[in-house]
Design a protein around this ligand. Structure first.
Ligand code: OFO
Length: 170
């Protein structure tokens, strides 16, 4: 059974994962309209992964005798300045998510809720990977700068990378 405090923290995290999914979906749609098909594919998949992160939490909360609340979501941005701006937003957002997950872990320890603490370790590990991936993307994008040929190759690489099916561990 989860305590009220842990249940509240998990429900807040459900909202953050859902918002992440919407945010990346908005980025994907923007990229697709700019002809950046590889980038769009990568972001569509990333949006799906975030939805899986949300679902995994929903199921866990209900399994542990709580009630997972499906939240209302804010409208994500429609326009992005450029591809640099998209990946900077992605990196900043992942850093924000990591902070939020660490807070949930902290609450679990405070409440001596070891099963939820154990469950949250999957998210801790996932964030290490996601932040690293977002940083690598940002480094590449910074290296390319305004070089159109470089951008073309970057987008094509993302298309190949995204051909691998996702595994969100649900
Ligand atoms: Fe990329 O964040 Fe979920 O956990």
């Amino acid at each position: 059974m989860v305590s009220n405090k842990v249940e509240k923290a998990l429900n807040e995290q459900i909202k953050i994962e859902a918002e992440s999914s919407q945010f990346y979906l908005a980025m994907a749609s923007w990229a697709e309209t700019k002809g950046l098909n590889g980038t769009a594919l990568f972001l569509y998949q990333h949006a799906d992964e975030e939805r899986m992160h949300m679902l995994k939490l929903v199921k866990f909360v209900n399994e542990r005798g709580g009630h997972a609340i499906i939240p209302a979501l804010d409208q994500p941005p429609v326009e992005f300045e450029n591809i640099q701006n998209v990946f900077q937003n992605l990196l900043d957002h992942e850093v924000f998510v990591t902070t939020s997950i660490n807070k949930v872990v902290d609450i679990c320890l405070g409440e001596k809720d070891y099963p939820t603490h154990n469950f949250m370790q999957w998210y801790v590990a996932e964030q290490i990977e996601e932040e690293a991936l977002a940083r690598t993307m940002m480094d590449k994008i910074n290296m390319i700068g305004t070089d159109k040929g470089g951008l073309y190759l970057f987008d094509r690489d993302l298309e190949n990378l995204s051909a691998t099916p996702i595994d969100a561990g649900v």
